[in-house]
Ligand binder design. Sequence first.
Ligand code: ATP
Ligand code: MG
Length: 361
Amino acid sequence: MITREEISQLIAEYNLKRLAIGTIGSHSALNIFKGAKEEGFKTVCICRESDTIVYKKFPLADEIIIVSNFAELLDDKVQEKLRRFNTIIVPHGSFTAYLSTEELMNRFYVPMFGNRQLLRWEADREKQAEWLRRAGLRLPKTFKNPEEINCLVIAKLPGAKGGRGYFLANSTEAFQKKVGEMIRRGLLKKEDVAHIHLQEYVLGVNVYPHYFSSIIHDDVEFLGVDKRYESAVDAIGRVPAAEQLEIDVSPTYTIVGNIPLTLRESLLPELLRMGDNVQKTAKELAPPGIIGPFCLETVVTDNLEIYTFEISARIVAGTNVGIGTSPYAYLKYGEKMYTGRRIALEIKEALRKGRIRDVVA
Ligand SMILES: Nc1ncnc2c1ncn2[C@@H]1O[C@H](COP(=O)(O)OP(=O)(O)OP(=O)(O)O)[C@@H](O)[C@H]1O
Ligand SMILES: [Mg+2]
């Protein structure tokens, strides 16, 4: 486990006047780079050859490090280069998608904006639930055993990314039948069945609030909200019911994009308190808690109950809807504030106050 002291030592060797902000070229990289540029930082993009077109058409990366595979972030050569550019890495969803939690915690010797210790809490579904419950959030019920299913459930396959292969079931029998089919079709391994996570399916609309935990200001800010545009679930409503039955569709949740959202104002008090409480609990779990952006994944029912089923303790791609500005960022900051820029601003303020070590790990 790389300690904060080790990261402090790396920072001690940095030229803080020439700090760069770096990330993997995907997910929310444009958001992060634009924000860094607007706050006067240099930028470094770790990129696959086939994706360089993005950073040519949107020239926001001052340095591009080409890799054939993002696992090369673990190579000494790449890490040395990043340190030579005085890079602070802003982690996003691609980091955990391509590297394991262990690799990020133990083998990535580059300062990261954020709290590495929390990765462990985020990576594990049970630990996440414990964190959110301790923060007083409302969670969907979970079922340890398929025999207990007594409502519509969403079955989450282990290691599935972006909800691929998730399915719904209304009873124990329906669950067993679907599992049988999936095994037969090679979509599921027998040994994985015991690891399927069964969660009450909450009927409502999805709402993803974006927060920013500022260590410098000791405050949790509310910067925006999005909802997801998911294939095929968002397409099913366009097929009439009769044909749906004929083709036996089941919803899948491959994320294609995000849609900006504003909420009825009466939802804000609870959402704001939720953000504060998540950070308060995080502080107890792994001080100083979340450093920078985080997002909750929620479903809001017709009773206006907010159910949280996941947390990301880092920038999420949904914040891309706020590039430029979002209504909520506007309310606090006026124009031109968004998550990527808010990160750079926090780094800048930390530098000015001699507290850069407080925002990296
Ligand atoms: N308990 C639930 N009730 C209703 N819908 C849910 C529930 N859990 C998940 N969903 C729906 O399924 C989608 C995918 O779920 P989830 O976010 O858990 O997958 P994931 O693998 O974590 O994906 P990602 O990493 O992209 O967030 C969600 O966006 C949401 O629309
Ligand atoms: Mg999710």
